[in-house]
Design a binder for this molecule. Structure first.
Ligand SMILES: Cc1cc2nc3c(=O)[nH]c(=O)nc-3n(C[C@H](O)[C@H](O)[C@H](O)COP(=O)(O)OP(=O)(O)OC[C@H]3O[C@@H](n4cnc5c(N)ncnc54)[C@H](O)[C@@H]3O)c2cc1C
Length: 381
């Protein structure tokens, strides 16, 4: 599979599977197993796996394009996809000797969905500082933790879980572990009923004396933090930026269709023909959306050719994307008036979904705090 084939497959799945079901899945808070099956069958769950692991080895450009395409049809599914991709990269980057080959084979075959279980009730959005601490159990460990939000909870085949290493001396001396869904002691701890992203099962999970054998420890003790920053963060921020772009594109398209289709019959004109204020609003939405697309391209370029400014771009993109998605979908709500407010169209789902990006860790506020410190030459942690 090459880049164009991946994007074309994403378009096909978005049109045939995501689009028709998005409204009802949102309404019912229903996780789309059909979407995950289609992504697996279409080879997209293995998108960035290298050839040696059975994947096409595509890069950040393809990941971003596929994610934005999915988000345009259903951001909940795009979020499931991006969590899977970040977790898969972490599994693929496991320390030497880790026994992850069977999991990677299943991902390559499109039969395995994985996700990240980092955030904890105790340290909230500060995912880099887990409260839970792994306990030595022979050669392996036992994990006990309260994970506050886990996208695809109860639907994934495995979870990449963070915990302080057994002998950790500081709040960031964590390790990452691969926990299969059927591990005794792992359970979904409650329902998911969010304002937006309602169809992605981001429920809390509990680990209770959950035994992890040594071959499923993904990082050395204390190296979890480094994997979070170097492997997960760039992909996660790229993916959430792509989700935001998909939401913005859908908001512009939905608003344009409404302004062209809805009419003032007494004036003999569509809303768009009649009101310059609405044309100005959709123009602003388009400007912000294209600006975000340019920012996404710039981030991709920085990830493809890493340089001094790459870390800053990784931080900036998610902060900006969260704000842009909220701004563009808010403008869409206003431009489409009562029709949007009373749920006659998909705009209010986009508006609700758009609010997730800014509160998902690293939150927009935390990113601004990091960026400010970086600009002032202060240590980030
Ligand atoms: C739809 C959805 C899916 C999610 N999926 C996952 C998942 O799959 N895996 C996972 O691990 N987590 C997941 N999360 C959790 C997410 O990453 C955050 O941990 C969570 O949203 C934080 O919420 P909180 O109420 O605990 O925030 P809090 O930490 O209580 O923050 C409250 C406010 O304080 C601000 N704030 C916090 N710290 C600082 C700071 N240092 N400087 C400035 N402002 C600050 C925040 O920006 C926020 O506005 C998900 C969340 C959502 C909403």
């Amino acid at each position: 599979m090459n880049h164009d084939a991946a994007v074309s497959k994403a378009n096909e799945i978005a049109k045939d599977v995501l689009g028709p079901a998005a409204r009802q899945n949102d309404k019912e808070g229903r996780f789309s197993s059909e979407a995950v099956a289609a992504l697996g069958k279409g080879g997209l769950l293995a998108l960035m796996l290298p050839g040696a692991a059975g994947g096409p080895g595509l890069g950040p450009r393809s990941f971003a394009a596929v994610t934005a395409t999915l988000a345009e049809a259903d951001a909940s599914v795009a979020m499931v996809y991006l969590m899977h991709m970040a977790a898969t990269a972490t599994i693929a980057a496991a320390r030497a000797g880790a026994g992850v080959a069977p999991t990677l084979q299943e991902i390559a075959a499109g039969r395995h969905l994985t996700t990240l279980a980092f955030s904890e009730a105790g340290s909230r959005s500060h995912f880099w500082a887990p409260i839970s601490r792994a306990k030595k159990n022979g050669a392996g460990v036992e994990l006990t933790a309260k994970k506050s939000w886990v996208t695809s909870a109860g639907h994934a085949q495995s979870y990449v879980v963070s915990s302080l290493a057994p002998a950790a001396k500081g709040p960031t001396e964590s390790a990452l572990y691969l926990v299969p869904a059927n591990a005794p002691g792992l359970s979904v701890a409650g329902p998911w009923d969010g304002l937006g992203m309602r169809a992605n099962a981001s429920a809390p999970m509990t680990l209770s004396d959950c035994k992890v054998p040594p071959e499923l420890q993904l990082t050395d003790d204390g190296a979890g933090f480094q994997a979070m920053l170097e492997v997960v963060l760039p992909l996660f921020n790229l993916g959430t930026t792509a989700v935001a772009l998909g939401l913005c594109r859908a908001a512009v398209a939905g608003t344009a269709a409404h302004l062209k289709g809805a009419r003032f019959e007494h004036l003999g004109q569509s809303l768009g023909e009649s009101l310059p204020t609405l044309r100005a609003q959709i123009a602003s939405m388009q400007i912000e959306t294209d600006g975000l697309a340019a920012r996404l391209d710039d981030l991709i370029d920085h990830l493809e050719r890493p340089r001094e400014t790459t870390v800053l771009r990784v931080l900036e993109s998610k902060a900006a994307a969260g704000d842009t998605a909220i701004s563009v979908t808010s403008a869409a709500m206003r431009a489409c008036g009562g029709a949007a407010f009373s749920k006659h169209m998909n705009i209010e789902r986009l508006f609700r979904d758009a609010h997730a990006g800014a509160v998902m860790a690293p939150t927009g506020d935390v990113l601004r705090e990091f960026i400010g410190k970086a600009v002032l030459g202060m240590p980030l942690f």
